[in-house]
Design a protein around this ligand. Structure first.
Ligand code: ADP
Ligand code: MG
Length: 612
């Protein structure tokens, strides 16, 4: 436990971690190494294509030289002289095209497979994290790591290999051929290019900053829309459509301003760089021309020089763009790998299972203290002791916020206690297999059941994947759900809508009960299972729950006391501790907290609570 706490502490101080996220090269290597062969071939092809690109201007220059000679001397046959060069050029074009095709196909093969593997690994790692991890994180951000960040990392990776390799090779190769063509012109170019590149890089980094701000603004606008559409019922109920529209419009307005600023920046950059490139061409032609005039350079070589110097400039420009992409790709990768390397304190599997013949379902909480990891100083349970005898119903009552749901969470082992221990049939929960515990021993029904957006059949089968149709029907009958399901035109194939929105509260709850009952749990936890329902659905659901409770160890959590009369024993909680225990009559006679709660509820709702 002490070790777990040491590991579990980072979520408490997330800020320094997120600022200094380091790229995990080791994990990256794990994803890369199955593709090393393909990557090697891709690199060779990319290098080859780049080298061919360097060769092409040289041959073009020779061809121009032949043209010039023919125009000057007008002797011999142009066709026969140029045939060899032309076929060579055509061949090179073909080879270059093939190699480009080859390395792009390989890169997309590697990139897509890596992205898929990364998504799979990240998703499976996220699903395994502690519940405490999810308390501290926003779902939207986790999802965006799965989508946007992986996407960004993949495109950066592909770009580095394809453009990066090509640009570097072309810069180096072209510089070599430039200096062979004319050292003097190369020197001039070597002075002018870095100066221009410097200005370009400065402008580029400004543009990148703007572009990032643009992205953030778009994300903010999307957030507003997402919230409004996702909670459309609340928006409608408060007649807030107008305000949400205005909010979205404001965000869109800032989006537009930023995007237009970016557009102007890009336009300026393009205009200026066009001028710069054209001036470079003109300058080269002018100086090179005077060299040609002075017989120091051949016309064809000048042509080669021009093409090669354009290649250098284009390559360096793309390298500077690439640099920004690499920075973004690395930080996206760091975000992807961050949670892959994180191991939860409570693993999903491991530990022993109690054979079903020895399983009685007796639960004890022994001097349990607990505070939530994201709120370390605040003790929700203090020295809490409780026994759930096998096959009996124990009710847990107390004020809202008193820690009742927390008791259920500890039983499900969503968290481990800070001190003390929880046992099942005498075994510490920490020694038992958590998946077995949650999947087969405990059935949990909460106040707001969450269904999945599939059919009723699949929702019930979520409790036990291998259940037959017959088992599903039986569970539905037990949960008082069969009747209303059969009344739907599509019966068990009815799709329940996102999170089950197309069902009433009572119907949802009965499906949740069927889902919990289908696994035939030994222990049943009912956390305020009927408190969100109207009186009529409460009666139907309560009937199902009473039937389900027979012969099981049941923990009924309620703040409405009408639901706990059937319990064999009532435990009253206050300040994170047990303060009274006994049957309904005993506690009433005692005249303590329970009697007080009953009296207050009877006053609040004299009609429904009167029978107490
Ligand atoms: P009850 O079910 O009795 O109404 P809970 O067990 O839900 O009470 O909550 C007990 C206390 O723990 C409350 O003060 C609540 O604010 C806090 N709490 C509940 N869940 C969390 C959580 N995931 N993280 C931090 N604090 C929590
Ligand atoms: Mg609760």
């Amino acid at each position: 436990v002490a070790l777990c706490e040491a590991e579990g502490s980072p979520p408490a101080h997330p800020t320094p971690l997120t600022l200094e996220l380091r790229f995990n090269w080791k994990l990256f290597w794990n994803f890369l190494h199955p593709h090393l062969l393909a990557l090697g071939v891709a690199i060779v092809l990319a290098l080859g294509a780049a080298l061919v690109n360097v060769q092409i201007p040289l041959l073009l220059g020779q061809l121009v030289e032949i043209v010039a000679k023919y125009m000057r001397d007008r002797v011999g046959s142009f066709m026969s002289e140029s045939r060899r060069l032309s076929t060579q050029l055509l061949l090179l074009y073909g080879v270059q095209g093939l190699m480009t095709f080859g390395y792009l196909v390989l890169l997309s093969h590697i990139g897509e497979r890596m992205a898929m593997d990364m998504r799979k690994a990240l998703f499976s790692s996220l699903l395994r994290q502690d519940i405490a991890f999810f308390d501290a994180k926003k779902t939207g951000q986790l999802v965006s790591r799965l989508t946007t960040d992986v996407q960004e990392f993949k495109s950066s990776f592909k770009l580095v290999i394809s453009q990066g390799l090509r640009s570097c090779t072309q810069v180096i190769g072209s510089l070599v051929s430039l200096s062979m063509l004319s050292p003097r012109l190369t020197l001039l170019l070597a002075i002018a290019t870095p100066a221009l590149m410097g200005v370009g890089t400065l402008m580029g980094s400004g543009l990148r900053k703007l572009s990032r701000q643009c992205q953030e603004q778009i994300a903010r606008a999307t957030g507003v829309a997402d919230e409004a559409l996702g909670n459309v019922r609340t928006v409608r109920a408060f007649a807030m459509e107008q305000r949400e529209e205005e909010r979205y419009q404001e965000e869109l307005e800032s989006c537009r301003c930023k995007a237009e600023e970016l557009g102007r920046g890009i336009a300026l950059f393009q205009g200026l760089s066009n001028i710069a490139f054209n001036c470079m061409v003109l300058g080269t032609l002018f100086i090179g021309g005077s060299l040609v005039a002075g017989q120091q350079l051949k016309g064809g070589d000048l042509m080669s020089f021009l093409v090669a110097s354009q290649t250098v400039q284009r390559s360096m420009a793309s390298l500077s763009v690439l640099f920004g992409q690499v920075v973004r790709g690395l930080s996206a990768g760091a975000r992807v790998f961050e949670y892959m390397a994180l191991s939860p304190c409570i693993p999903l599997t491991g530990g022993c299972c109690i054979p079903s013949k020895d399983l009685h379902g007796s639960i004890t909480f022994q001097n349990v203290s607990f505070s939530y990891p994201c709120r370390p100083g605040f003790e929700v349970l203090k020295d809490f002791t409780l026994t759930l005898p096998p096959g009996k119903i124990v009710a847990l009552v107390g004020q809202s916020g008193g820690g009742k749901t927390t008791v259920a969470s500890l039983l499900e082992r969503f968290y481990d206690p800070t001190a003390g221990m929880v046992t099942l049939d005498g075994h510490d929960l920490r020694t038992l297999n958590p998946s077995w515990l949650r999947g087969q021993v405990i059935g949990f029904i909460s106040q707001e059941p969450v269904l999945f957006g599939t059919t009723i059949m699949e929702n019930i089968r979520f409790g036990k994947l291998e259940a037959s149709d017959e088992e599903v029907y039986t569970a539905a009958r037990e949960a008082n759900a069969h009747e209303f399901i059969s009344s739907f035109p599509d019966g068990y194939s009815t799709v329940v809508g996102e999170r089950g929105t197309t069902l009433s509260g009572g119907q949802k709850q009965r499906l949740a009960i069927a889902r919990a009952l289908i696994k035939q749990p030994t222990v049943l936890i009912l956390d305020e299972a009927t408190s969100a329902l109207d009186a009529e659905s409460e009666r139907v659901v309560q009937e199902a729950l009473d039937r389900a409770s027979a012969g099981r160890s049941v923990l009924v959590i309620a703040h409405r006391l009408s639901t706990v009369r059937a319990a064999h024993c009532i435990v009253v909680m206050a300040n994170g501790q047990v303060c009274e225990t006994g049957t309904h009559e005993e506690l009433l006679k005692k005249g303590g907290l329970y009697a007080e709660l009953i009296r207050r509820q009877a006053l609040d709702a004299p009609l429904t609570e009167a029978p107490l």
